[in-house]
Design a protein. Structure first.
Lengths: 341, 265
């Protein structure tokens, strides 16, 4: 038996139903405008030149194109940065406290010949002098220095995160529409959150270095303040969107706002909070490597110093260290998150 | 014990949820409120502890009028059991029951969760009374079955030895067997303590079985008030499909000129 089709009125019969096609002239116009905007801004940001240069570079690597500015630049950088510096040497003469019988681990003293050109003040001529100097060589010395700096960077990130959590909890309370005691406190807290979020860490750190001097204080504060804006916003929105049923139950028996928040909201939103905080920690770890560039402590400060002294071998060691750390931390935080949520 | 004095509630959109409801419930009575959906049962219950502020009229509990000033004090004497249990699902059963004490414990104690030994003992005793086992104590409330969750809700409600228990369709989402168990539990626990119960239901048989008194509501008015024996089948018909049937149901038989797709073959 074949099933009968549902009867449909003939085409052209006026119906109260009406279904338009999904696109019309307005959509087309918007599309054209978007393309024009992309072309305009693309030219201003030299995206056209970028494509040409990148193509040249690929062609050069494949042996089709003779010369490529990009490849030349990169190879020059690579040459000056290779090999990465691992050891640290220091003249024994500059180490008055050195105990020759108890050298640091793996370290040894070596005699090196130093060639120096000096002007003889009598003859007014340049003379080459050869000097035998004793130097203390620590084969893994620089790696160790970078490692210590990296640990300091982690500490900055950790404390930045702790600070942001501490700051964002009261912020979130006042920025949650349903808990803020007054419209004024709500607006103030929201305004503060926007302000904190809108100021990039690097710029905040720049000013904090002026206030607190070089070192980790500025870094911790910069990371903490910025992330407090983020966490405050996320926490507040979670409080606002939390299931109202347990809150109503506690409100019905006359528990105060704070207790209701603690018993009716916090347990429900805690996994989210942990996820946000883990993300902020992850982000702070990456940012902490950068903010040292403006003198706010950590590995970035070391990087900037070596870069300014044209010691590109050292820079390479630092870059490798940063890459390794961020990679390891990514793995670790991914695992942690999978466990917690 | 609890008296509603000509309460009227008009929502901002103009619908009248309650119109001139007056009801006096003596101490220790198990009063069931019956009626179709939208009759105003929940609204009436929520007026009793100030979750809903009536447009006109007022509530008097044990001689004290419910006002903004007396609300916090009175709420501690009026517990509530909810249709959806309203537990903090990610918190432990113990935490949920102890949260019933929140209005009387200090903020420091509440935030630290460090309740007094006698308070913890009471929570255990109540959980035992509602038929849960020690194994449930540390489980998350959300992991329990619906019936068990409502038992936790009841334990929480009785933590402060309330004088009035408001039960807002406490068994609406439970099966008939468990519904009977839960209502038995509420009734017996209330009787032991001479607690007044105001319970909204939508199962007529349960109302007749458990209520000392049945109040029938329709369109925000009380249309029946009497004992279960007086609540005859005709009255049930009147309550659910009575004279006001047209008020709540749109007429569908009107003439419709617009052509429709004929789905009948």
């Amino acid at each position: 038996m074949t099933s009968k089709p549902i009867p449909v009125p003939a085409r052209g019969t006026p119906l109260p139903w009406h279904l338009d096609p999904p696109y019309n002239a307005r959509h087309l116009l918007a599309l054209i405008l978007a393309v024009l905007l992309l072309l305009f801004t693309g030219h201003r940001t030299e995206m056209d030149r970028m494509v040409v240069m990148s193509t040249q570079a690929v062609g050069n690597l494949l042996g089709v194109v003779d010369d490529s500015q990009v490849v030349r630049g990169l190879s020059r950088v690579a040459q000056s940065m290779w090999p990465p510096v691992i050891a640290e040497t220091e003249e024994v003469g500059r180490l008055p406290d050195l105990n020759r019988d108890r050298l640091p681990l793996l370290a040894y003293i070596e005699t090196q010949e130093r060639v120096e050109q000096k002007m003889n003040l009598q003859t007014l001529q340049l003379e080459v002098t050869r000097e035998q100097v004793e130097v203390l060589v620590q084969p893994l010395g620089y790696v160790w220095t970078v490692f210590i700096k990296m640990i300091q960077t982690l500490e900055i990130a950790l404390w930045g995160t702790i600070l942001s959590v501490l700051l964002s909890i009261p912020l979130a309370y006042f920025a949650a529409r349903n808990y803020s005691p007054h419209r004024f406190t709500y607006t103030t807290a929201r305004g503060l959150i926007s302000l904190l979020r809108s100021a990039p860490e690097l710029i905040v750190a720049l000013f904090l270095v002026l206030a607190y001097g070089f070192g980790p204080i500025a870094g911790v504060l910069a990371l903490g303040l910025h992330a407090a804006g983020f966490l405050g916003k996320f926490y507040a929105e979670d409080i606002e969107n939390a299931d109202t049923k347990p809150q109503e139950a506690l409100e019905a028996i006359g528990a105060g706002k704070l207790k209701t928040l603690w018993y009716g909201v916090m347990p429900q939103v805690l996994p989210q909070y942990i996820a946000y905080t883990a993300y902020i920690l992850d982000r702070n770890l990456r940012m902490a490597t950068v903010i040292g560039l403006v003198g706010a402590g950590g590995i970035g400060q070391e990087l900037k110093g070596r870069f300014d002294l044209f010691q590109y071998g050292h820079v390479m060691t630092i870059l490798i260290a940063i890459f390794l750390f961020v990679f390891l931390l990514d793995q670790l935080s991914a695992r942690l998150r999978a466990k917690l949520i | 014990m609890i008296r509603f004095e000509s309460i009227t509630k008009t929502w901002p959109d103009g619908t009248k949820a309650l119109s001139d409801v007056t009801l006096d419930i003596p101490r220790g009575q198990f009063c069931v409120i019956l009626g179709p959906s939208g009759a105003g049962k929940s609204t009436l219950l929520r007026a009793a502890n100030g979750l809903m502020k009536p447009s006109t009229g007022g509530v008097v509990i044990d001689g004290t009028p419910l006002t903004a000033a007396s609300e916090k004090q009175l709420r501690q004497r009026v517990a509530m059991i909810h249709q959806h249990f309203n537990l903090t699902t990610r918190m432990s059963v113990a935490g949920n029951v102890l949260s019933g004490l929140l209005p009387v414990v200090s903020t420091a104690r509440a935030l630290s969760g460090w309740f007094k030994p006698e308070q913890r003992h009471k929570a255990c005793a109540l959980l035992d009374r509602v038929g849960l086992s020690p194994a449930h104590l540390k489980r998350r409330a959300g992991d329990l079955s619906g019936g068990q969750q409502q038992r936790v809700g009841i334990a929480r409600a009785f933590m402060l030895d309330p004088e009035v228990v408001l039960a807002d369709e406490p068994v609406a989402s439970l099966d008939p067997k468990i519904s009977r168990d839960i209502l038995t539990l509420i009734r017996d626990a209330a009787r032991e303590r001479n607690t007044t119960v105001l319970c909204s239901l939508h199962q007529v048989d349960l109302a007749r079985e458990f209520g000392d008194r049945i109040v029938g509501m329709r369109n925000g008015r009380i249309v029946f008030d009497g004992t279960p024996a007086e609540f005859t089948d005709e009255r049930v018909q009147g309550l659910y499909h009575g004279a006001h049937w047209e008020d709540t149901h749109e007429t569908t038989s009107g003439e419709d000129e617009s052509p429709r797709l004929a789905l009948a073959a």
